[in-house]
Write a protein that binds this ligand. Structure first.
Ligand SMILES: C[S@@+](CC[C@H](N)C(=O)[O-])C[C@H]1O[C@@H](n2cnc3c(N)ncnc32)[C@H](O)[C@@H]1O
Length: 492
């Protein structure tokens, strides 16, 4: 079991000056955080009531921490309502929002926003939470917002890269090393992008003409953006790219979405386990959108299998109209070990009305006969491409102590949990001393019957709202599917 970790992840914490004695404010902050940590470690067991109480207490404590930041931070100790009002006005101006927009985004009334800015009143806990949920406002701890370097244009320059709680890429590399030196098995996709060389090889592959034609180019970016507007209306979006790689497809889609907005109100989160890939995607997104108003970009290094742990992505203020849009592009779903389980578990934090969209390859045949599949699907009729081999053999060559050579084949996998799907497994046969060998499945690439996927997601609480079929290279039939989390029917 992983050790419990600090859950105070809403905001990055940078101590202003840790060489001096802690102030009373810092001491209060420290003890509250300690309490939060202790509470997190305190297992509530399986009793659902106790678990809920445990979650409630932790949420309350996090709110107290936020309250503390705004009311008692050193630079605001002698301030009161007027200073809060000044601060709010300044942050709103830097975010380029009108009072009316801020009222809409934070679900507070316009008159309350005016009163707060004029210093006529202090925010209650609820109004503070509403304000904190507007990411562009950057109501983050004073240690961050008062740093001289971020004062100017802090809208763009304030810290916006988060490390997820419990994420430890060093341990992940150690696990990969252990697995590669074991007797064989299947390497989960998280591990084949992790180190910088794997990331470089993946970038080379995903920018090769073959990949661009097969996966990126045909994506119906414009139609998807239009459909999203139809389905979600003019509310703000939290666009959460899971596994963006170098971010090229995701940024292109977000550009289209942005262009459909009259008054854009977008938060674009890029979440990837691979630090080198995430920095590429993040830079590309920031470069693309740095001059655009109404879009906030944030990088999150994390594991999409652990999405429910990332509370900052799943906080929904009461009465909020914002919707999350999870994007999983580049055939990433087709390399998830158990797709139904992933939709059920990883996306359990989604709220009714949220959207997920992902692209997949379609099956060439609905036959379950292996010979028929091999006969109709061109991938099984040719060797594994040199680019794929270079990328996937990298971890074996770098970390397997006694590997003498690696050969790849594509193995057909018909034992899939999802009806109508089959997959190709990229099998690495590793030559070892003494003519021994061992085998690893380094990646998988699945084909789906779209209606079976739609039925599967419906049974898990997601309604299909769009199917965009298109053709990849070699006439591979492909599709981008869009689903909306069911909205519970009102009971009378
Ligand atoms: C097939 S690539 C797709 C990249 C990009 N979406 C595209 O369309 O080109 C898969 C991406 O998912 C990321 N990834 C794999 N496992 C992950 C995990 N468990 N958590 C977060 N990201 C992961 C990889 O680092 C990589 O960036």
């Amino acid at each position: 079991m992983e050790p419990a970790t600090e859950v105070d992840s809403e905001f990055p914490s940078i101590l202003a000056n840790d060489a001096t004695e802690p102030s009373l404010y810092q001491a209060a902050q420290f003890h509250l955080r300690q309490a939060l940590q202790a509470l997190t470690d305190l297992s509530p067991g399986r009793d659902p009531e106790k678990r809920k109480a445990h979650e409630d207490v932790r949420r309350l404590l996090r709110q107290v921490l936020q309250f503390l930041h705004v009311h008692f931070s050193p630079e605001r100790e002698a301030t009161g309502a007027q200073r809060f009002g000044d601060l709010l006005r300044q942050h709103r101006a830097e975010a380029g929002l009108t009072q009316q927009q801020l009222a809409e985004y934070s679900s507070l009334s316009l008159s309350l926003i005016r009163k707060l800015e004029q210093g006529d009143t202090l925010p209650t806990r609820n109004s503070l939470l509403g304000l904190c949920s507007v990411a562009e406002l950057k109501l983050v701890p004073p240690e961050v917002t008062t740093l001289p370097s971020v004062r100017e244009r802090s809208h763009h320059a304030a810290p916006n890269w988060y490390m997820s709680p419990g994420f430890d890429s060093v341990s992940m590399m150690a696990e990969l090393n252990q697995q590669i030196n074991g007797s064989g098995g299947s390497i989960e996709q998280t591990y084949v992008y992790l180190d910088p060389q794997s990331a470089l090889d993946w970038i080379a592959l995903s920018n090769s003409p073959g990949y661009i034609a097969a996966v990126r180019e045909g994506l119906p970016y414009r139609d998807v953006a239009k459909k999203l507007r139809e389905v979600l209306g003019t509310s703000g979006f939290d666009l959460i790219a899971l596994g963006p790689g170098d971010g090229k497809s995701e940024v292109r889609l977000v550009q289209q979405i942005h262009s459909t907005c009259e008054r854009p109100n977008l938060r674009f989160y890029l979440l990837d386990a691979s630090q080198p890939l995430l920095s590429r995607a993040f830079k590309h997104a920031v470069d693309t959108f740095s001059d655009e108003p109404g879009i906030f970009v944030c990088g999150i290094q994390g594991d999409f299998h652990h999405l429910p742990r990332y509370a900052q992505l799943h906080y929904t203020p009461a009465r909020s109209q914002r919707r999350r849009v999870y994007m999983i592009l580049g055939n990433t779903i087709g390399n998830i070990d158990n797709e139904p389980q992933f939709f059920q578990c990883a996306l359990s934090g989604a709220a009714p009305g949220d959207i997920i969209l992902f692209d997949v390859d379609y099956a060439f045949t609905n036959s379950t006969d292996p010979d028929e599949i091999r006969r109709t699907d061109p991938a099984f009729q040719k060797p594994v491409s040199a680019g794929v081999q270079r990328w996937l053999e990298g971890p074996i060559r770098r970390y397997c102590h006694d590997a003498q050579g690696v050969k790849f084949t594509l193995r057909l996998d018909t034992n899939r949990p999802l009806a109508g799907s089959y997959g190709g497994q990229f099998i690495a046969t590793v030559a070892l001393p003494g003519k021994r060998t061992k085998e690893f499945c380094m990646a998988q690439s699945r084909r789906y019957e779209p209606n079976a996927l739609i039925r599967c997601l419906r049974s898990l609480g997601w309604d299909n709202v769009g199917v965009f079929s298109f053709t990849g290279s070699e006439s591979t039939p492909r599709g981008l599917l869009m689903f909306r989390k069911q909205i519970p029917k009102a009971t009378h």
